[in-house]
Design a protein around this ligand. Sequence first.
Ligand SMILES: [Zn+2]
Length: 96
Amino acid sequence: MNPKKITTEDEKLIIDWNDNKKTRISFKDLRKNCPCATCITEREKQSKDFIRIYNQSQISIKNIEQVGSYAIKITWKDGHSTGIYEYSFLRRLSDF
Ligand SMILES: [Zn+2]
């Protein structure tokens, strides 16, 4: 499953997939599920009812880069850029 086109709109990542599905993921959900080791460790330490509050720079995207043919790398406005979002992962995060 690969994206044909990735765009952003209203603080959401819009992906057109090669099976003609179109999905949207909010920047906040992307940041909340950041797949980098630092964020995963941080999430594991939190209790289930912990509510993470984000400031605007943490949920604003500065740059999106393609990584090989399997993922994108998102650079956030607060400088966080270690999250590599694999296409299969983005597909699972998407609401339809
Ligand atoms: Zn992260």
